[in-house]
Design a protein around this ligand. Structure first.
Ligand code: SAM
Length: 403
């Protein structure tokens, strides 16, 4: 879907380009009549501004990219004076003046920002402050470029103007960015969020979402959808502002939707023990007793193999994390973790630090195991393992799952 244009896995300018299908989905998700000025910061080869120009034919189109070889620099030559390109740093504190504009003059902005962390610059504080986003992260020098691009776009937009973004999963669902989402929701109307299929970037597992907002308007219920890999848009799911600050990703919201649940209970409500195992994969080889690790989920059986049973084994340290009969073991990190769920049948078992041990009240044991092994459980675990690149499940996020 989004085409990577470079060979390196971490392009310093985050040059991963949008394909035309996602570009049209983005602009067609934005409800706007006769916009005069349309802006694309980090325009790359111009996929988003081209989609916008097809939708709104009589506008003026401004593109900005720091890469002097960006294809969008040829748009004015190709299509005429309605297009203007600027070879500029979009995070310039005087961006509006550089574009011969005042702040707050843009009707529509489209943007797929670079998902990178630029070295901290003093002007970033001003950009965030001006956009009302200065208090969203505790470590100010860890602000990712995508958030700074959101801030610059907000400064450029007029009140009531629309911003259509393609944002990384972290900003949409990550715990760390909860305040960022809460701030956006309290100041602007989030009109739509559309989850895009995983592997939308070639060569990486990065996940992204479309987000459309209207500047300085009140948020009503937010509509969340998923664009499935077969090209079909899912049904619409509505979320209120509180839930949306927590998470805005369709898969999680659907799999954790209260109205579909038998109990109004979370896994945490019925849990006695929920913790990580102890041994790292490098330690395991040096031990003379077996340790259950993520590589051992192969068998199709409900239970882990009895060879991991510690009974009768020598040199077991007195104080180790042991899973016991009835405990559910869940892969916490790694590939296909949503399918890696097993139970301990008998005895006790040592586990690696890539495994979560879940001990629930006996009454709920089989029900929770069946839920985690069901299609819904798999979707829920998959949705928990969010973030660009690293896939992992935290005990806290598991405990919050409704079953
Ligand atoms: C993820 S790509 C998106 C390109 C295009 N908008 C699309 O959707 O296909 C990010 C773009 O931002 C540009 N970029 C990175 N840092 C920038 C900066 N500080 N100022 C302007 N452009 C920047 C990159 O050169 C790249 O073209």
């Amino acid at each position: 879907m989004l085409e990577r244009q470079t060979n390196s896995l971490t392009d310093p300018l985050g040059r991963y380009y949008t394909n035309s299908l996602v570009g049209s989905l983005l602009v067609n998700s934005m409800d706007a009549q006769n916009p005069e000025l349309i802006l694309d910061l980090g325009a790359g080869d111009g996929a988003l501004i081209n989609a916008a120009a097809q939708r709104w034919e009589k506008s003026n189109y401004l593109t900005v990219d720091i890469d002097q070889n960006a294809e969008s620099s040829f748009l004015p030559k190709k299509y005429g004076a309605a297009f203007k390109h600027f070879h500029l740093d979009a995070l310039n504190e005087n961006l509006a003046a550089e574009l011969d504009l005042e702040w707050g003059q843009i009707d529509i902005a489209v943007c797929n920002p670079p998902y990178i962390r630029p070295p901290w610059k003093k002007q970033f504080s001003e950009i965030l402050e001006d956009a009302g986003l200065s208090n969203v992260l505790t470590k100010i020098n860890e602000i990712p470029a995508d958030m700074l691009f959101v801030a610059q776009n907000l400064r450029m937009l007029k009140d009531g103007g629309k911003l259509g973004l393609i944002l990384p999963d972290g900003l949409i669902s990550g715990e760390r960015f909860k305040r960022f989402r809460a701030e956006l929701i309290s100041k602007h109307s989030i009109e739509k969020v559309i989850e895009l299929p995983r592997k939308i970037f070639r060569n990486t597992d990065a996940k992204a979402h479309i987000l459309v907002l209207k500047k300085n308007c009140r948020s009503e219920n937010i509509t969340v959808q998923k664009f499935c890999s077969n090209g079909i848009l899912s049904d619409v799911h509505f979320v209120n502002a509180d839930m949306a600050a927590k998470r805005l990703d369709y898969s999680y919201l659907i799999s954790n939707n209260r109205s579909n649940k038998k109990h109004q209970l979370t896994i945490g409500d019925v849990t006695e023990v929920l913790r990580r195992g102890q041994y790292s994969s490098s330690e395991i080889d040096k031990l003379n007793f077996p340790v259950f690790h993520t590589t051992e989920f192969d068998s199709k059986s409900k239970y882990i193999d009895s060879s991991f049973n510690l009974e009768g084994k020598q040199s077991i340290p007195y104080k180790i994390v042991k899973a016991i009969a009835g405990d559910i073991l869940i892969a916490r990190v790694g590939r296909n973790l949503s399918t890696k769920v097993r139970m301990v049948k008998s005895g006790s078992v040592a586990i690696s630090d890539c495994i979560l041990l879940l001990r629930v009240k006996e009454k709920y044991r089989d029900e929770i195991y069946s839920f985690l092994k069901s299609k819904n459980g798999e979707i829920a675990l998959e949705a928990l393992s969010h973030g660009v690149g690293a896939k992992f499940i935290t005990p806290k996020s598991l405990a919050e799952l409704l079953f």
